[in-house]
Ligand binder design. Structure first.
Ligand SMILES: [Zn+2]
Length: 467
């Protein structure tokens, strides 16, 4: 069997994945900077990380994932002060929106979502360590990382350190490769920062953006961990700087595998407010789109390829999900007797195809194709001979396993089912108390939702009304 392989940006090659501790994976994901609502392009990154997380779990790993919330940087300060509100007043509604979006896109929650403003002490400690170890220096009220003290600088983005401007300094959190230079770890307070500052042993000021991720990953994952992810735009300067900070402070290797996702374009054009193709998840939901169809579009292109997000693609995704859900219903209602060898063969083939794709750097297209081949084969078996109870259970079990990664088939259903079960329980209680009026009301309400109840000697069963 082929093993799990990832394309490592650091080595620019496909590498077999070997975790530091057998059976366990620790990973860090650069999360949202909450200065404006996240757009659908941002969720490409979070959906890729969700597939990565879910597939690691599928493979039997225990995953500890950290995703930071950048609730302080140049942009959050700029936008909150433009609005005349506090940093927190500006960021909190955006944080709430972010969690609402990831829930409806069925992105599994990480184990930790540390907010930068709650980890200032850890950042100060790391800056102090960098000063002690000679990687940082003070200039005025600010403290900078001296990149010439870290010979490995540039290794992730494959830049040569000689090409960088020696001794030049940059204060802004984001900058281009051409301006690579010493960057700010700690920014001394200026009037522009208004009420945003911390009084610390480094002085009055605030952290630079890059130190946030180094300090928070260390706190939750330790000095060294397995996987770090982000968008390609994070490679430079952000991840390059994270490496310089973390390795400069700890004196050892920071991360073993660097995985970066490519961008998303909309209708073949760069997403931009001026193009009118700038969508949030909420915009698309308001237009009547199913969030899980959005999820399916985002996950179905290999993460290292540019994704062209189109309305046609969204419709096709909706049709694909419907097909998968119809398949599930078809299997659930299938009956028959006798074991069918063809069922086992179809399962084996599907599992092989599904895993071969994802094992190969999460190449999901062949995996999805394997699932749809499986749908076709089993549907034809059902039409031909039906399914025995045990075959039906096996098919559903494997479909559930595939969906533990895809996350589009059982989602809504499970919520609906839980709701129906709860109403059935309430009806049973009402009947026990001889409150037949309430019991009938519940039955009618379910009927209006297309759910038919059947009272049988072994309890109340329900099925969908076929229209
Ligand atoms: Zn980061």
């Amino acid at each position: 069997m082929m093993s799990l392989r990832f394309y490592n940006t650091m080595t620019r090659s496909l590498e077999e994945f070997k975790p530091i501790k057998p059976g366990e994976v620790r990973m860090y994901t650069c999360g949202p900077t909450v200065y404006a609502p996240a757009h659908v392009g941002n969720y490409r990154a979070y959906t890729f990380e969700d597939i990565l997380r879910r597939y690691l779990i599928y493979k039997g790993y225990r995953v500890t994932q950290v995703m930071n919330i950048t609730d302080i940087d140049d942009k959050t300060i700029r936008d909150s002060s433009a609005k005349g509100i506090t940093l927190k007043e500006h960021t909190q509604p955006l944080i709430d929106m972010f969690f609402e979006d990831i829930d409806r896109l069925n992105i599994q929650r990480a184990e930790y979502y540390p907010a930068a403003t709650e980890h200032i002490d850890e950042m100060v400690a790391m800056v102090k360590k960098l000063l002690e170890r000679g990687h940082a220096y003070r200039s005025g009220d600010s403290i900078y990382y001296k990149i010439s003290t870290f010979p490995k600088y540039g290794s992730l983005s494959h830049m040569k350190i000689e090409e960088l401007m020696a001794g030049a300094r940059i204060d802004s959190d984001e900058y281009e490769k051409e301006t690579a230079s010493d960057f700010a770890l700690w920014k001394g307070w200026t009037e522009k920062d208004g009420a945003v500052f911390w009084e610390t042993s480094l002085g009055k000021g605030r952290p630079g953006w890059h130190i946030e991720c180094s300090a928070m990953s260390k706190k939750y994952l330790g000095e060294q961990f397995d996987i770090h992810t982000g968008g390609v735009d994070n490679i430079f300067p952000h991840h390059e700087n994270e490496i310089a900070q973390s390795e400069g402070a700890a004196g050892k290797k920071f991360v073993n595998y660097w995985l970066h996702n490519a961008h998303l374009i909309v209708e073949s054009k760069k997403m931009a407010k001026s193009e009118g193709n700038f969508f949030t998840v909420q915009d698309l939901v308001d237009q009547g789109h199913d969030p899980l169809a959005i999820r399916f579009v985002l996950l179905s292109t290999h993460y290292r390829q540019q994704l062209n997000f189109t309305m046609d693609g969204l419709e096709a995704a909706k049709a694909a999900i419907t097909r998968l859900r119809d398949f599930k219903s078809n299997v659930e209602s299938a009956t028959g007797s006798g074991e069918n060898k063809a069922v086992n063969e179809a399962i084996e083939k599907a599992v092989k195809g599904f895993e071969e794709g994802l094992d190969n750097d999460l190449n999901i297209s062949p995996s999805i194709a394997a699932v749809f081949d499986f749908v076709r084969e089993i549907n034809s078996i059902v039409a031909d001979k039906g399914l025995s109870d045990s075959d039906r259970e096996e098919v559903l079990k494997i479909l559930r396993k595939f969906d533990s990664v895809l996350g589009v088939i059982f989602v809504e259903e499970s919520e609906i089912e839980a709701d129906i079960e709860e109403m059935i329980q309430k009806r049973l209680e009402a009947r026990k108390n001889k409150d037949f009026q309430t019991a009938d009301k519940i039955r009618d309400e379910l009927l209006s939702r297309g759910i038919i109840l059947e009272d049988t000697p072994s309890g109340t069963k329900w099925k969908r009304k076929i229209s």
